[in-house]
Design a protein around this ligand. Structure first.
Ligand code: IMP
Ligand code: MG
Length: 189
């Protein structure tokens, strides 16, 4: 695997999350905020974003899987791990790593809205442009990116590279070798 290019550097990610954290701090002052990370990808962004929020937030996680039918995502989503907490009457903020087709999110928003939270908002670090999907109000947006496959900062290729501190575009023409992967990690410096 090679990282073809660094799309968003570690410093740029942190600066953006700091801004998003400031906005969340302002908006939820005096409210009990529950931040929900969508596993696995959002574990990194939730960990960093939550630390830029200067309020006593609670955190919880949900794991879902989208079924892929051939080359097209079927839009069928299944809960693998539900929330530990009840959310009725709570101020809930869903934290997503990336919004691609929006299938996962559409399902999540519908499922969580039924549980009657006081408010239900959305923070996403990455939003892929030029993808047809339902409209969502995204209250806290990170970066709009081209419709390319990206890795790092929580996002995986074959379950790897979630721990790269930057967002990279993968060179899908090269074959995997341990040396190339090391190069990808070195790019982070
Ligand atoms: P959606 O349901 O199509 O919006 O996709 C949501 C999930 O697909 C994300 O939470 C990621 O796990 C995965 N995904 C979408 N695009 C990418 C990508 O470019 N790289 C890695 N994972 C991705
Ligand atoms: Mg994935």
């Amino acid at each position: 695997m090679k990282v073809a290019k660094v799309l968003i550097s570690a410093d740029e990610i942190q600066a953006k999350l700091a801004e998003m954290g400031e906005a969340i701090t302002r908006d939820y002052e005096g409210k009990n905020l529950l931040m929900i990370g969508v596993l696995k990808g959002a574990f990194v962004v939730l960990a960093d974003l939550a630390r830029y929020v200067r309020l006593p937030v609670e955190t919880d996680f949900m794991a879902v899987s989208s079924y892929q039918g051939g080359t097209h995502s079927s839009g069928v989503v299944r809960i693998l791990k539900d929330l530990d907490e009840e959310i009725e009457g709570r101020h809930v903020l869903i934290v997503e790593d990336i919004i691609d087709t929006g299938h996962t999110l559409k399902y999540l928003l519908r499922t969580l809205a039924v549980r009657q939270p006081a408010t239900l908002s959305l923070a996403a670090l990455l939003i892929k442009d030029d993808v047809e999907r339902p409209h969502f109000d995204i209250q806290y947006e990170g970066f709009h990116i081209p419709n390319e496959f990206v890795i790092g900062y929580g996002l995986d290729y074959d379950e790897k590279y979630r721990n790269l501190p930057y967002i990279g575009v993968m060179d899908q023409t090269s074959t995997s070798s341990p040396t190339d992967v090391q190069e990808g990690f070195k790019l982070a410096d």
